[in-house]
Design a protein around this ligand. Structure first.
Ligand code: HEC
Length: 195
């Protein structure tokens, strides 16, 4: 009797471990598909690299220098005139498309909410990818360090500048943008998008 019982339990345990043993193969197979999809996307990244971790330590003077690329269309001083683009004083605190008297694109008007660090990162990376009909005819700023410096400088253009990104904001951005995801994943809005 006891021998049969032991044999039965042994068989069950063997079955149990056999099931477990299958798992690593599944994981490995899944992992390699992800790598393949990721390398296909590497040719044309669908999302910008994260910038929030760079903003607090960014070189604001460098941001100001880089803004020469924007100055053909934008003024930055308080009360400055609108040009081809709107004046950018208070841009992070006043809300999107909120410069009164400036005629924005329909897409910019429909976005709503304030300019978050995440939104600015996406818009300045590739303006037309963020707002397809934007009137801002500008190719974008490729290097994350340059976008961080520009955004850090834009932040200072305010009567009371917005809070710097928190550790939580930084972590959320890194997980949303970390994979610099393949096309099918990039259509989902990033987790930090709040509008
Ligand atoms: C060729 C002209 C041009 C250049 C160069 C340009 N912009 Fe713009 N920008 C515009 C226009 C036009 C708009 C309004 C876009 C719309 O309505 O879709 C705009 C809008 C913006 C907004 C949103 C403003 C708001 O009130 O919501 C920001 C932020 C911005 N630009 C930042 C920049 C920065 C930073 C640079 C330089 C790295 C830059 N722009 C370069 C023309 C330009």
């Amino acid at each position: 009797m006891a021998a049969i019982l032991v044999a039965g339990i042994t068989a069950m345990l063997a079955g149990f471990f056999a099931n477990k043993a299958v798992r690593p193969h599944e994981v490995a197979a899944h992992g390699s598909t992800e790598v393949a999809a990721g390398s296909a996307a590497a040719a044309a990244p669908q999302m910008p690299d994260p910038v929030m971790a760079l903003i607090a330590g960014a070189d604001i003077e460098q941001g100001k220098k880089l803004s020469k690329a924007c100055a053909a269309c934008h003024t930055f001083d308080k009360g400055g005139a609108d040009g081809v683009g709107p004046n950018l004083w208070n841009v992070m605190t006043r809300g999107k498309a909120a410069e009164s008297g400036f005629s924005y694109s329909a897409g910019m008007g429909a976005k709503g909410g304030k300019w978050t660090y995440d939104d600015l990162n996406h818009f300045l990376w590739k303006p037309k990818k963020f707002i397809s009909d934007t009137k801002m005819n500008f190719i974008g700023v490729k290097k994350p360090e340059d976008r961080a410096a520009l955004i850090a400088w834009l932040r200072t253009l305010a009567d009371s500048p917005s809070a710097l990104p928190s550790a939580g904001d930084i972590a959320a951005e890194e997980s949303a943008l970390s994979a610099n995801a393949p096309a099918e994943e990039a259509s989902a809005p990033p987790a930090t998008e709040t509008h």
